[in-house]
Ligand binder design. Structure first.
Ligand SMILES: Cc1ncc(COP(=O)(O)O)c(C=O)c1O
Length: 414
């Protein structure tokens, strides 16, 4: 028997990542931390295998006035926090446009609101085939369907024609087309769109809305923006969101989970970018209302912590130094895997940044099961094996390409 309402029956969040991680933690307890390689969950661990809490963030967070820990925050978020998010998300490339922000429960909350408020029940939402699994769950839970285009062409470059074809097809049956692009540092591949990829996406959107019928909403999932290369360079594409037709709305789903190492605090901000004052006001109103109708307001101390750091030049300097250090560390780990892999002919999807590297495979679960026999825990994704380079110390990354290669050979791949 089911007590659930019709649309909720049979729902289940099978989270392979957290399940594999539990097995990995169990193995670490049994065989010792040194003997187990855990490349599962997307959090930065230092070279000792401990989760990183940036020092400047921890100091600020632990020393707030009493009131900041317990008082409610405004539904739309603390104003100082929203301004801090605009500063940090866009930096020198803040578009000259109307920009409104609404505090969300991490980047996840922003994706939820986008799907909920910018598509209709039964609509389809576009993203790439290599995508973060939660997109599908958010769509399904809201009565929408996630549809995908192949992210790469044969040369492993951005497959713009595939995105264009899917967008135009969908535009025939839906007024609003929501495209979610996870860049820079896509999860799970590490791929980032380059400037000319963005030009194509925006030109296509302009051409489409010129028909007077369609609207395009581009959700930019920037969860990994602080780990994807030089700060100003990776943000430059935001300038392209200036002077767009009013039927194109850009929404950056910004999060302090990764960039401020506060994953569990559940804080982010959706930032709507538009050339139209009314669209901006509507963005604020409808998303604030959805926050009220879902989680109400979010975590005040974490918002205050981030705002205090960003608005204080001295603390900001410390923050920049610390984050740069860890960003470099993740980059170095990825580079070891890439170089060793290249030397032995292990295929790898193009990595430009972010927490993960992916080895393509037709039967990834077989390979990850095989690797578990030697206490290596990685995540099988739909057509690959995902390595969380954010969490594996360099001494364990060294040799990992060979171990994956050997496991693939043993199960008859390669
Ligand atoms: C691609 C992507 N987007 C967004 C998020 C959002 O994370 P959070 O809700 O913790 O900010 C994640 C986290 O894993 C992610 O991988």
């Amino acid at each position: 028997m089911s007590m659930a309402a019709k649309q909720a029956r049979g729902k289940k969040a099978n989270d392979a990542i957290f399940a594999t991680n539990s097995r990995a933690q169990e193995a670490a307890r049994t065989y010792g931390k040194e003997n187990v390689l855990i490349g599962t969950v997307g959090s930065i661990l230092d070279e000792n295998g401990d989760i990183v809490f940036l020092k400047v963030v921890e100091d600020e967070f632990r020393n707030l006035p009493r009131n900041e820990y317990i008082a409610y925050a405004p539904i739309e978020g603390l104003p100082e926090f929203i301004e801090a998010c605009k500063q940090e998300c866009f930096s020198e490339s803040r578009p000259n446009a109307y920009i409104e922000g609404i505090a969300t429960t991490g980047g996840t909350g922003g994706i939820h609101h986008l799907v909920h408020n910018y598509t209709e029940i039964g609509d389809k939402v576009i993203t790439a085939d290599w995508h973060w699994g939660a997109y599908k769950q958010i769509c399904a839970d809201n009565g929408r369907e996630l549809v995908t285009y192949p992210l790469f062409d044969e040369a492993f470059e951005f497959n713009f024609p595939a995105l264009e074809a899917l967008t135009l097809e969908l535009a025939k049956i839906q007024e609003n087309v929501l495209i979610i692009i996870n860049t820079p540092g896509n999860n799970p591949t590490g791929f980032s769109l380059c400037e000319s990829d963005w030009d194509k996406v925006l030109d296509m959107s302009k051409n489409l809305v010129a028909n007077g019928k369609n609207k395009v909403i581009i959700g930019i999932d920037v969860a990994y923006i602080d780990f994807s290369g030089e700060k100003e360079e990776v943000r430059r594409f935001f300038k392209k969101f200036e002077n767009l037709p009013k039927e194109i709305l850009g929404v950056a789903c910004y999060s302090i989970s990764k960039g401020f190492t506060m994953y569990g605090q559940r804080v982010g901000c959706m930032l709507g970018i538009t050339s139209d004052a009314e669209v901006a006001q509507e963005f604020f109103d409808i998303n604030q209302m959805t926050s009220r109708g879902t989680w109400s307001n979010i975590n005040r101390p974490a918002m205050r912590t981030m705002a205090n750091i960003v608005h204080d030049p001295e603390k900001m300097k410390q923050y920049e130094e610390e984050i740069l250090g860890y960003s470099k560390l993740v980059e170095e780990r990825a580079a070891i895997l890439e170089e060793e892999g290249k030397a032995i002919g292990l295929p790898m999807l193009p990595y430009m940044g972010g927490f993960f590297v992916t080895i393509p495979s037709d039967a990834p679960a077989e390979v990850t099961e095989e690797l578990m026999k030697e206490h290596v825990y990685l995540i099988p994704v739909s057509r690959g094996i995902r390595v969380a380079v954010c969490s594996v110390p360099k001494r364990q990354i060294t040799g990992l390409a060979q171990r994956i290669y050997d496991a693939m050979k043993r199960v008859g791949q390669l």
